[in-house]
Design a protein around this ligand. Structure first.
Ligand code: APR
Length: 254
């Protein structure tokens, strides 16, 4: 699809080129074109009968730690076979072009880092890390006894993925960084998120209150759509490279 199809307004291109601070918030939609199902998509195969909202909670883990551990093991395995897509790569290029660029993600898949982004604020943790359920400390290695989930080498408690579950607090330092980057930016891009899950969904509103231009990139409307300065409807893997090309058409790609 040609970039002209998206018809990017000149004001937006100017802000993108000249802003001293640009903040981006991504959600599961940016990874959809890599083949990672979004959170609110129906699950497939063995997991089709479960809703993620019923597995991604501390209560679900306490009720059936094996089931929840196995679900994350399956998701981790799926991630091994996928690669960053054109949308991730465009954001890695933006980080290089824009000194005041902050990438905040709700995704736990690590695809932004694999695409080349160096500074990623992870609001919901990372599926590749493991921590102790009781002590909450990160754990890098443990004895494989065949038990599922494995046990913490220091206290013997159950190990769990280092992700933020429904009902849990966000890592305070990551949220503080995201909040200040949202309040300080001139341009805020909300990409591939349903804008339903707080407190992440509050970030574009913070940006709007501080007079930033707020852009939504999503094939579907969300609760943010009516308030966003601009909405581009389509897959981020097409829209982001087109936006970059349009903004910097006269300079070579990095
Ligand atoms: N490009 C851009 N956006 C897309 C694409 C695409 N190719 N495909 C789908 N989308 C959009 C959908 O329209 C939807 O609005 O991505 C969004 C995905 O929404 P969710 O599945 O709700 O994911 P997200 O917003 O990241 O969820 C937030 O909720 O379940 C928790 O912790 C979990 O981090 C997650 C959080």
């Amino acid at each position: 699809m040609g970039s002209d199809v998206f018809n990017f307004p000149a004001q937006l291109l100017n802000v993108l080129r000249s802003a001293s601070r640009v903040t981006v918030l991504t959600g599961a939609g940016i990874s959809a074109e890599s083949g990672v199902p979004t959170f609110r998509d129906a699950q497939t195969g063995l997991w089709a009968k479960y809703k993620p909202e019923d597995l991604a909670t501390p209560e679900a883990f306490q009720r059936n730690p094996r089931l929840v551990w196995d679900w994350y093991a399956w998701r981790r395995e799926q991630l091994g076979g996928v690669a960053p897509n054109a949308g991730h790569l465009a954001l890695a290029e933006m980080e290089q072009r824009l000194p005041g660029f902050t990438l905040v993600t709700q995704n736990v898949d690590g695809l932004h880092q694999r695409a080349g982004n160096r500074r990623v604020v992870e609001l919901h943790g990372n599926i590749t890390r493991t921590k102790c359920f009781d002590e909450r400390c990160l754990v890098e290695s443990w004895e494989e006894t065949g038990e599922v989930p494995p046990h913490c080498p220091s206290c013997g408690g159950n190990l769990r993925p280092d992700v933020v579950w429904f009902g849990e607090a966000l890592p305070p330092e990551a949220f503080a960084q995201a909040l200040s980057a949202s309040r300080a930016c001139e341009l805020f891009l909300s990409i591939g998120t349903s804008s339903l899950v707080y407190p992440a969904a509050a970030l574009p509103h913070e940006a709007l209150e501080h007079r930033a231009v707020v852009v939504e990139i999503n094939p579907n409307t969300t609760p943010l759509s009516l308030q966003a300065s601009y909405c581009f409807r389509g897959p981020s893997g097409q829209i982001l490279p087109a936006l970059l090309k349009e903004a910097w058409s006269d300079s070579p790609s990095l």
